[in-house]
Design a protein around this ligand. Structure first.
Ligand SMILES: O=C[C@H](O)COP(=O)(O)O
Length: 249
C-alpha cells in the first residue's frame, strides 16, 4: 500500500531562530495522522532541524544535492553529507532548480542515481509550464520528464521514489490545478509508469500534488484517488496552515 505524504518545502525562507520556532510549533500542534509528514528547511538549518526532530515523527528532507561524491564543487552538498547529519530524503527536480539553476533531466538522472546508490529516498518533482499546458502538450512534457530522469532505473529503485507533480503555473501563484486536473494528470502518470514498468510498481508509488495547496483546497485535492498527498510551499511556512493541510489528508 502506498503512503500518504504531506511535505513542506521551505525553500529559501526562515533563519535559524524562525526555523526552530516553526519546528516547535509544528511539533506541538501535529495531529494524529497515518500520513508521513516531512519538512525541507534550507541547508544551513538542516543539521539543527534534524537534531531537533530526532525523536519526532516529522521527517527532514534536503532541497537538493550534488551527484558527485565530493570534491571541487563550490557551494554544493553531497549525499554523504546529508546522511551524516541524519537526512536520508532529498527533493530533486524542483521547477525552481530547473528554471533558475539550469537543472536538466539528464543532470537530474545523475542525481537520482547517486541518491539511490546511497540508500536515500528521492522526492522527484516535475510538471509542465503554462504555455505547454495551453498548447495541450502537458502529458507529453510530463512523460518526457519521467522517461528522461527515471525510466532507466531498475524496478527495485521505485521503492525509494516519491513523485511530486507540480504544474509550474500553479506554484506560488495562488492558481491551483483543479482537483480534476490533478487527478487526470496523476492517473496519466500512474498509467505511464505501468506501461514502462508494471502495474504493481505504478500502484505502489506515492504521487503528491504541489502548487498553491492551502487549507481551503487541500481536502478536495487529496480526496482524488491518485493523489497521495501534497508538496506544500508557502502554506507550509505557517504552522496552523500546514497542520490544517495535514488534517485534510
Ligand atoms: O515545493 C513546493 C511547491 O513549489 C509548491 O509551492 P506553493 O505551495 O507555494 O505553490
Amino acid at each position: 500500500m502506498r503512503s500518504k505524504i504531506v511535505a513542506g518545502n521551505w525553500k529559501m525562507n526562515n533563519n535559524l531562530e524562525e526555523t526552530e520556532k516553526l519546528l516547535a510549533e509544528l511539533s506541538a500542534k501535529l495531529p494524529d495522522t497515518e500520513a508521513e509528514v516531512m519538512v525541507a528547511p534550507t541547508f544551513v538549518n538542516l543539521s539543527r532541524s534534524a537534531h531537533v526532530l530526532e525523536s519526532s515523527t516529522i521527517q527532514v528532507m534536503a532541497q537538493n544535492m550534488h551527484f558527485e561524491e565530493n570534491g571541487a564543487y563550490t557551494g554544493e552538498i553531497s549525499a554523504d553529507m546529508l546522511l551524516n547529519i541524519g537526512v536520508d530524503t532529498v527533493i530533486l527536480g524542483h521547477s525552481e532548480r530547473r528554471a533558475y539553476f539550469g537543472e536538466t533531466d539528464e543532470l537530474l538522472a545523475k542525481k537520482v542515481i547517486k541518491a539511490l546508490e546511497k540508500g536515500m529516498r528521492v522526492m522527484f518533482c516535475f510538471g509542465e509550464e503554462l504555455d505547454e499546458r495551453k498548447a495541450g502538450n502537458h502529458f507529453k512534457v510530463v512523460e518526457g520528464q519521467l522517461k528522461n530522469a527515471l525510466f532507466s532505473l531498475e524496478n527495485g529503485a521505485w521503492d525509494s521514489i516519491v513523485l511530486a507533480y507540480e504544474p509550474v503555473w500553479a506554484i506560488g501563484t495562488g492558481e491551483t490545478a483543479s482537483p480534476e486536473q490533478a487527478q487526470e494528470m496523476h492517473a496519466f502518470i500512474r498509467k505511464t509508469i505501468a506501461q514502462a514498468y508494471d502495474t504493481a510498481i505504478a500502484n505502489k508509488v506515492s504521487i503528491l500534488y504541489g502548487g498553491s495547496v492551502k487549507p481551503g483546497n487541500a481536502q478536495e485535492i487529496f480526496s482524488k484517488p491518485d493523489v497521495d498527498g501534497g508538496l506544500i510551499g508557502g502554506a507550509s511556512l505557517v504552522a496552523d496552515d500546514f497542520v490544517a493541510i495535514i488534517k485534510a489528508i
